[in-house]
Design a protein around this ligand. Sequence first.
Ligand SMILES: O=C(O)CCC(=O)C(=O)O
Ligand SMILES: [Fe+2]
Length: 370
Amino acid sequence: MAAQGATPPPHPPVENSAFAEYESRKGVKHLVDTRTDHLKTIPRQYVLPAALRPLTAVSPIPLPTVDLSGLQGPPAWRELTVRHIALACQEWGFFRIVNHGIKESLTEEMMRTVDAFFSLPWEEKAKYTSDDVMSTVRYGTSMNTPKPHILQWRDYLRHYGHPFYTSFHLWPDRPQNYREVAKEYLEEIWKVVLDLAGAISEGLGLERNYIKESLGEGTQILAANYYPACPQPELTLGLSPHSDHGGLTLLVDNGVTGLQVKHDNNWVPVPHLPGSFLVNIGDYLEILSNGRYKSVEHRAVVNKERTRISIAAGHGPQLSAAIGPAETLVEQDGGPKYKTMTYSDFMREQQSSAIRGKTALEAVLKRVAS
Ligand SMILES: O=C(O)CCC(=O)C(=O)O
Ligand SMILES: [Fe+2]
């Protein structure tokens, strides 16, 4: 019992008595939709300790914006674009691309289709739940791991993309056009990723095809995130700080801001820019570049008014590939900074952790040091 006269708690008590473990597995959209009394406070399972709450963002600082059409231009223009990308990778690890060739109408259709998927009855989406973090198609809530953790205000759909023969037949078949739209979208994204891979290889002083060859058949993973409006956004997060395990992630949202990027130890909010994609460096490229480029921590905050949807497409090599630093860079640096391991082992480790940040990558670094 609280002592009389004690300081009141910093936020109103959370009305969560009926919110059982089983209910939380149904996710935040289900929680918000089924509360006819209008949820005013969030269940305590979502309340972060004070130190981890999203209070510390600084004002937006413009991210580098790269005009990708330069990669198709005359050699001097291409060279400038390659340098622009290299600088953005070095300084930020996060940048915007414009004139990337993906039709805005396709991105909008993909966004509507994803929205329609999340709007399906919970029982339909539940067909895709799985405790296996490597599952080909997976619908869930909070973080990817089934390990106990403070819950996050996020539902997600995650599945493999290119090469499509491994998973296409297992993707959601509702809404009816999901497979068709998602395939077209992911195919277009894959082309842009190959263009970027060529430019990034050159920027690192490697052959233009270096990253493309290292990707091989590749592993493309789509993560669609659904963050409903939240009555107490200051107490929780949509997605906790993490880096992406792949090399390059292409990200779009539905125009509702919420992404924050860690830059110079500050959380910087990233505003929406219509028609652009955000690109970020993930762990595989940090490893391949022997640490010249760093994967960047980012997180998603939620808000009181509007549902936010984001679609991230991550790209790494095929699962069986050994990931390690490029030989040429290792020679220049006098040794590898990361141990080589298979991409699937790395991904499993990263996706299983309930404390994210860059823990999986740090584990790889430690193995080299010891
Ligand atoms: O919602 C966002 O903006 C971030 C999503 C994200 O980081 C991810 O899915 O890996
Ligand atoms: Fe991410």
